[in-house]
Design a protein around this ligand. Structure first.
Ligand code: ADP
Length: 300
């Protein structure tokens, strides 16, 4: 029996892609798509040619996170064309194929695998320095397919995104062991939402009245700060939100022998940038806390 013709086509397509990175998470809602989107923005800002492929078929959030909602995929004689944010940042997602963004995609494994295969076979990316693949959470059919398809052409490895709580880390351990079983290199683990970091000027201050009511004290406190200690307006307050007494992702990485890439705090500015589909690194809306944290991780 000869080689699988689909794998041959995928290998041909992927021959123009230098690096392939899979972004994984054990659970949903930990910031995997946010990380994939901001990683792609950052690499594109470094002048690399970047493709972002969203294979989270049941919950494609990438179009929104790059402000590409409502865009459609076009077909050319070379294949499906990605939707471009910039000339060096192309995006492909099932979100572009759904007539109504509120529609649920209720597909069984084989159909999802078929679409992933088609994404890899039919999308014309051209020359890419990086292909970032945003996978669904967990270790299901889609993961086995994408790893199998990409391994045939060489894949750099996976970045796993988690939050610091033990319930999230339990699933990351499974994700790491999945990678080990299928022979996928773990490039490292990112701890997202590790604590809340807010500028003091972003706070809403309340004062307790004698009758127990909360009174808004924001204006008066900010005006005192502005007058007496304006430098405080640029001070950030950091608070632990989730229990990380067991050591968080850093400790888990040491135990499992995989690299720990760093922490990104819960940052309202990053949430806003993600919701609006903007880069957190852009000068006009730089996220003061999370952008430097993300940059350190990406440089690694
Ligand atoms: P996942 O892909 O793991 O399901 P998302 O990337 O969709 O998670 O993130 C879930 C929500 O949390 C989004 O609204 C996103 O903007 C927000 N979010 C993610 N990371 C952060 C962060 N570090 N600070 C603030 N909000 C964040």
């Amino acid at each position: 029996k000869g080689p699988d013709p689909d794998l041959v086509t995928i290998a041909e397509r992927m021959a123009t892609v230098k690096h392939k990175i899979l972004v994984l998470s054990g659970k949903g809602g930990v910031g995997k798509s946010t990380f994939s989107a901001q990683l792609s923005f950052a690499l594109a800002a470094m002048d690399f040619q970047v493709g972002l492929l969203d294979i989270d078929i049941c919950g494609p959030s990438i179009p929104k996170m790059l402000a590409l909602e409502g865009q459609e995929i076009h077909q050319s004689n070379l294949g499906w064309s990605p939707v471009y944010v910039e000339s060096n940042l192309g995006v492909m997602s099932i979100g572009f194929m759904l007539p109504n963004p509120d529609d649920a995609v209720i597909w069984r494994g084989p159909r999802k695998n078929g679409l992933i295969k088609q994404f890899l076979k039919d999308v014309y990316w051209g020359e890419l320095d990086f292909l970032v693949v945003d996978a669904p959470p967990g270790t299901s059919d889609e993961h086995i397919s994408i790893v199998q398809f990409l391994q045939a052409t060489g894949i750099d490895g996976a970045i796993i995104v988690t939050t610091p709580q033990e319930v999230s880390l339990i699933d990351v351990r499974k994700e790491v062991s999945f990678c080990k079983k299928v022979g996928l290199n773990v490039l490292g683990v990112v701890e997202n939402m590790s604590g809340l970091c807010q500028s003091l000027s972003d706070f809403k201050y309340v004062k307790m009245a004698e009758n127990g009511e909360q009174q808004d004290a924001t204006e008066s406190i900010l005006s005192i700060m502005k007058e007496k200690a304006p430098e405080l307006l640029n001070v950030f307050a950091f608070s632990e939100v989730f229990d990380s007494s067991a050591g968080g992702a850093g400790r888990m990485c040491r135990e499992m022998g995989v690299p720990f890439l760093g922490k990104i705090p819960l940052d309202p500015q990053l949430c806003r940038a993600a919701e609006e589909g903007r880069s957190c690194f852009a000068d006009d809306n730089k996220c003061q806390v999370s952008a430097p944290a993300l940059k350190l991780i990406i440089d690694k």
